[in-house]
Design a protein around this ligand. Sequence first.
Ligand SMILES: [Zn+2]
Length: 267
Amino acid sequence: MLKRLHYIYVFGLIGVLSDCSLVRTSTSGNVSGVSVVYPASDIDLPSAHFAFYLPRIALAELEAPASPLFDITEDFCAFDMNHISVSDPKLFKNDEKMSIDLTRIRKGEYSFPLPGAKVISSYAGRRKNHSGTDLKTFANDTIRAAFDGIVRMAKPYYAYGNVIVLRHFNGLETVYSHNSKHLIKQGEYVKAGEPVALVGRTGRATTEHLHFEVRVNGQHFNPEFLFDMNAQELQSKRLVCTQGKNRIIISSMDTFSNLPFMLNASN
Ligand SMILES: [Zn+2]
């Protein structure tokens, strides 16, 4: 393993700043005279992270082989174990692009994080600042690892409550928040579909549910880029991540077409 000497990258710093913003604002509102109680997990986002747009990718890029597996960093430091938003220094180091062809990930190599769940709050959401997708079944239902990986963080963390962050070999990270109980510990390896936690309402939550996030290099993006929330299967798309000036630009592209495809142009 490479020793990490410079783990506080730009995104790490942004992460620290954004983490501080978690402890503000309430989660209820009034829309058109109708009182609305938002699901508890409308966790505030830094505006700098909240922009997806079509990258300027050469057509040649679409012909390039996908990179389904990355050699992720596993020698986590104290900073990694204590913060949600952490970059992986190996990602985007030599190449400014990263491509994950979801069609190459087979059944058994992934799991919907909360099978049978209904979406009760989408990414971005009504207030445009929801950092994940809220999934609900019932209290203490089993939460499952989305892919094979290693537990980077498993602890209580501000509004997230009990939260688990998994770093996966495909370059992504997934986040599972508000858990009532953790079934795995920091540093452990997990397999896709393995139980990692039970559904709870710890942290800022008004109902038992799973707040599920997907991140690349510390930056969250719409989990619907990854999962079809109705079918509860991976999208038949390719994720393309490029290094923008201040953030990673994530696009969901049709594997069988040269036309860039945006699943959900989030504002
Ligand atoms: Zn949420």
